[in-house]
Ligand binder design. Structure first.
Ligand SMILES: [Ca+2]
Length: 97
């Protein structure tokens, strides 16, 4: 039975295409490249519920989460820095480790 499964998988692997990647682009907000330092953690989500996908970016130090509101469209996004995410009136700050 194992040989049968292997025979089915081999043709599928032969049909798999090699992935291709586009050159990376720098994302801008307010006309400048977004730079939150080392180990950025971007996440796309409609944070404010207006139907347009925004950008959240976590940063390593001091561990804040930046909210970049998409003032463009989902097809042609344009970001502006809005604020750091807060809880109880204070910026959320997550330490590493
Ligand atoms: Ca939004």
């Amino acid at each position: 039975m194992k040989n049968f499964v292997l025979l089915l998988c081999l043709p599928l692997l032969a049909l798999a295409s090699v992935p291709s990647f586009h050159e990376g682009v720098k994302i801008q907000a307010d006309g400048t490249d977004i730079d939150v330092g080392l180990i950025a953690e971007p996440f796309m989500v409609d944070w404010d519920g207006d139907g347009v996908t925004d950008l959240l970016v976590g940063q390593f130090a001091p561990g804040k989460i930046s909210f970049y509101k998409n003032i463009g469209t989902n097809q042609v996004p344009e970001f502006t820095f809005s604020n750091y995410l807060q809880a109880d009136g204070s910026d959320i700050s997550l330490s590493a480790g």
